[in-house]
Design a protein around this ligand. Structure first.
Ligand code: PLP
Length: 496
């Protein structure tokens, strides 16, 4: 059955999956949602015998219905290959009675790789299907993680170029090193003299500058974004929840139809929304536990029914979750409003105008599947330390937020349902905070010394992503002022 996509703010216009992937965001500022959430059409038992790639096909074919079998399988094969350091792609590790779903075995050792490994292939396939002749130019502003994952995903993908802007001095030394050593003729990394917000505003301005876009069009280029609201990022994220469940079923940890809880360390609400979709597809998920750090705007929302971004922004040790506007939440709002685009548009208007909105009691009732929690910085560090001391297993700061929230959830509710915790980054990506949590004296070491020490005490190999940057040559040393960002783009594209 064909699935179409319409905006969360206007139900009237429909487009195919490939068109929605190409567009990213609807013209009215809304997010694309499928005309229905399809049910899995193979049994979990059958899925239990499948590889990650086969599972990916079974899930994605139901959403991306205008892709042919050959196209989709080719995208999947090119994405989930030996860029991942394990054949399983997403292994599960048990520790203290919870199952950690390790989403960090890709090229940049964080969960963004799960979607950004395949998005470039979905995008170029979508362009071909829709007779787009222009070369696609990805523009991204990054505060650290997304930039490297996008660079790595798009590097050397034919028909694309990627330009990443980051605030010079505003990302961690490891993050900067990861980006400026990026290989690939089609990649460009530019530091800007400004902060992340200015970098992001500069990118948005280029997307909205008609004359600039016309100029690019004349030269055979068109801009696109690798933003986390793209359905080409959301759909691949559903796969690993299905895969994890089937795997546990196959291993006899779960019996047929036994429900599981899922805990997700949340920022933009993309990862947990994918778990919600998996549940709607028929996966036996009981609670969806949304874990926040001290930027607990989502926790407050689940507690009170009011989303209010008017608060101080807190810098935490889990920076990828330091977010006050969780863009993907809009899709959930649309569903709990009863697939009502007008109602959702009204709430989003309130968010844009006053930074807050309140849902109706009827909508709140539909949130019963969700539980919200948050962890303070001290609780996060304590969770890393105690899990390490009790089991030897070392988790990163983002995953620790989830584990901490889960521990309190289990204590206060007595809910002993088996639980999958989304483990979103390798501890080697946030080495300093992880090692400091285990023992304060580690703070005296250099970054790479810390990685070696982590490897020793955790008995895990230093990942390739870290080894690579130890000695890699710096290939990008561009620095520009915020107002010169368009010049950096035209220079890279060799446009006069
Ligand atoms: C992006 C990110 C998150 C948050 O995921 P969302 O889909 O934005 O909720 C959590 N942890 C890590 C390590 C991330 O990179």
């Amino acid at each position: 059955m064909a699935i179409y996509y319409s905006s969360t703010r206007n139900a009237d216009r429909h487009m195919s999956a490939s068109q929605a992937i190409l567009k990213g965001l609807a013209d009215d500022g809304g997010l694309f949602v499928p005309s229905e959430i399809p049910k899995l059409d193979v049994s979990l038992k059958e899925l239990a015998g499948m590889s990650y790639q086969q599972t990916a096909y079974e899930v994605m074919k139901l959403f991306l219905t205008d892709f042919t079998e050959e196209e989709l399988k080719s995208c999947i094969a090119r994405a989930y290959d030996d860029k991942f350091d394990t054949e399983e792609i997403v292994p599960l590790a048990e520790a203290k009675g919870a199952y950690y779903l390790e989403l960090f075995h890709g090229a940049t050792i964080a969960f963004k790789d799960m979607a950004l490994s395949i998005l470039p292939h979905l995008l170029t396939t979508a362009a071909r299907k829709n007779d787009v002749k222009n070369e696609i130019v990805i523009l991204t502003a990054t505060s650290g993680d997304t930039g490297k994952a996008a660079l790595s995903g798009f590097a050397d993908v034919e028909g694309t170029k990627i330009i990443v802007f980051y605030p010079k001095g505003g990302v961690s030394p490891i993050q900067e090193l990861q980006m400026v050593t990026q290989r690939g003729e089609n990649t460009c990394v530019v530091g800007i003299r400004g902060n992340f917000d200015e970098a992001q505003t500069g990118v948005k301005r280029m997307f909205n500058d008609r004359a600039f876009n016309e100029l690019l069009g004349e030269k055979g280029f068109q801009l696109s974004s690798a933003n986390s609201i793209n359905i080409g990022r959301l759909v691949p994220q559903i796969v690993y929840y299905v895969y994890a469940y089937a795997k546990l079923l196959g291993e006899g940890v779960l019996s047929e139809c036994e429900p599981v809880n899922v805990v997700v360390p949340t920022g933009n609400f993309g990862n947990i929304l994918a778990a919600f979709y998996a549940k709607r597809m028929g996966l036996p998920i009981a609670k969806l536990i949304c874990a926040s750090n001290e930027n607990k705007v989502l926790y407050d929302f689940f507690e009170t029914g009011t989303y209010d971004k008017n608060r101080d922004f807190i810098l935490t040790s889990s920076p990828s979750m330091d977010i006050l506007i969780s863009s993907n939440l809009e899709r959930l709002i649309y569903y709990i409003a009863g697939d009502d685009a007008d109602k959702n548009a009204e709430l989003m208007k309130a968010l844009a105008a006053g930074g807050a909105y309140t849902i109706t009691p009827g909508m709140r009732e539909k949130l019963a599947d969700f539980a919200g929690g948050y962890a303070t910085e001290a609780q996060t560090a304590e969770t890393i330390r105690s899990l390490y001391e009790d089991t030897g297993y070392i988790i990163d700061t983002h995953t620790a937020v989830a584990a901490s929230v889960y521990n309190r959830y289990r204590e206060t509710t007595g809910d002993l349902t088996k639980t999958i915790i989304a483990s979103t980054a390798s501890p080697f990506k946030f080495t300093r905070n992880v090692m400091k949590a285990i023992d304060a004296r580690y703070d005296g070491l250099e970054d790479f010394e810390l990685a070696d020490e982590l490897s020793k005490i955790g008995n895990v190999k230093v990942p390739q992503a870290i080894e690579e940057i130890r000695h890699a040559p710096v290939l990008h040393d561009n620095l520009c002022a915020v107002e010169d960002m368009p010049v950096a783009v035209t220079e890279f594209l060799a446009i006069e």
